[in-house]
Design a protein. Structure first.
Length: 424
């Protein structure tokens, strides 16, 4: 965990989009100080599966961080915040529009306090433009960034994708921006503001759909299994089509349960070997030379029939058996793996992508591991912090406050929420 060993991050992020980013940076060795309001990140209590324990929603996104609670609605809390700004290389946040400004700490103020600091902000739609005042969650970003309109089948409703491209995807974009800006700040002594809008991040991940959008002005999309035509305008939903230059689809296998599917890409180069293997079994020994399929152009035109034939062959095999038949033929393919499959998969465990951890409130639990493997500084994953677990430690070690100062700030309510007013 050496890569970002000398980088300290003041992490005001909450929910998923920001914490995804700061967890990755923590896994690369940054000292991430999770700066929470005294009630804590709302996800600590969301979707709880163990009473009185931080939820998995929180624990899975906040490993390797230190937690301090500071009430930014007090003058003392703001003073602690300003002191921390001077000791950090990066500050990051993903509040709704205007929250930091209401604290009195917009970017202009922050860079006045520390001109070297890099600031990362995630917003639903950025700080400019007609949508800039709106809040956003994952599926709002998927809806507005082009993902939902291109996911599903043409005559069904638009679908969200399970991968959290709006939240976690935006967190990844922010991590790249922060590391670039930090590199520049170290060279020039000058920080900068890094903004990633969730809508922009989703559009970036839907880039190939905009490729197809423009191709539709010149003609149909011959690789699509659903109808397309010149001048169609919007890129249609195309089920499980590959979305690339090669034909691909999910094939249903034995025993035909919800996840008994194998995704197959019929790469141009493999058709001959594939057709020779499946043709005899489905009563078409000449399939490889059948003019309906022999050339890529014909296979595109007749792809529904091609998928029917491959499905017919697949009926007799499980997804793993079919994979074992296709791999030696060099056919790119992969079984649709459920969360249960993945949690028990030897390959996944071997690559430390399903990691067991302990937690004082919840006991044993699992986190998805670090997908970025650094050969010289592999991640060592440690549990998420309890709320305010490191408040004193950070005040003393990072800011050099003594007991008297910490006590006075505590007395002034800098680290706690004001008591709720009794209902009348
Ligand atoms: C996610 C989101 C919709 C949540 O909305 P929300 O729960 O209303 O939270 P907000 O971020 O708007 O506001 C946070 C509140 O906590 C308060 N707060 C936060 N940290 C605090 C602290 N340390 N001390 C005191 N108050 C604090 C803020 O002052 C704010 O209250 P205010 O509205 O009275 O100013 C919103 O934060 C958002 O749109 N974020 C940007 C996009 C994003 O990241 N979305 C994906 C999340 S996974």
């Amino acid at each position: 965990m050496e890569a970002l060993k000398d980088v300290r991050i003041l992490d005001m992020t909450h929910v998923q989009a920001g914490p995804t980013c700061s967890q990755l940076l923590a896994w690369m060795g940054a000292d991430v100080i999770k700066f929470e309001n005294p009630q804590g990140d709302a996800t600590r209590g969301q979707l709880r599966d163990v009473p009185n324990a931080d939820s998995l929603y929180f624990t899975m996104l906040n490993c390797n961080k230190r937690s301090i609670t500071v009430n930014m609605k007090t003058a003392e809390g703001k003073a602690v915040f300003a002191d921390l700004l001077k000791k950090c290389d990066i500050i990051m946040e993903n509040f709704g529009p205007g929250v930091l400004e209401r604290f009195g700490f917009g970017w202009d103020k922050i860079r006045e306090v520390n001109p070297k600091i890099v600031m990362g902000s995630i917003k639903g739609f950025g700080s400019t433009g007609p949508y800039s005042d709106f809040k956003a969650y994952e599926n709002v970003a998927q809806a507005m960034g082009g993902s939902m309109s291109t996911t599903g089948v043409p005559d069904g409703p638009p679908f969200v994708t399970g991968a959290q491209i709006g939240d976690s995807g935006t967190g990844l974009h922010l991590a790249i921006g922060l590391l670039g800006a930090l590199h520049q700040a170290r060279r020039t002594g000058k920080g900068q503001y890094v903004e990633v809008a969730m809508m922009d991040g989703v559009m970036n991940l839907c880039r190939v759909k905009f490729r197809d959008h423009q191709r539709l002005t010149r003609g149909e999309l011959s690789e699509f299994s659903v109808p397309t035509y010149k001048g169609m305008g919007e890129t249609p939903r195309a089920g499980n089509d590959s979305g690339g230059g090669q034909l691909g689809n999910a094939i249903h296998c034995k025993p035909h349960g919800a996840n008994d599917w194998l995704y197959i890409v019929v790469q141009e180069a493999v058709w001959d070997a594939l057709a020779k293997r499946i043709g005899p079994d489905i009563g078409m020994p000449e399939l490889a030379s059948d003019p309906h399929f022999a050339k890529i152009g014909e296979r595109r035109k007749n792809q529904q029939l091609m998928w029917t034939l491959i499905n017919k062959f697949a009926e007799k095999f499980t997804k793993r058996e079919l994979m074992a038949i296709l791999n030696p033929l060099n056919v790119p393919c992969g079984p649709i793996m459920s969360t249960e499959d993945l949690a028990n998969d030897e390959h996944v465990r071997g690559r430390e992508m399903w990691v067991e951890l302990d937690h004082p409130q919840r006991g044993k639990w699992f986190n998805v591991g670090m997908p970025i493997k650094l050969s010289e500084s592999p991640a060592v994953i440690k549990r998420s912090p309890l709320l305010g677990e490191h408040t004193e430690e950070v005040l003393k070690d990072v800011l050099g406050y003594d007991d008297a100062k910490v006590g006075a700030l505590k007395g002034a309510g800098a680290f706690t929420a004001p008591p709720k007013k009794a209902a009348k």
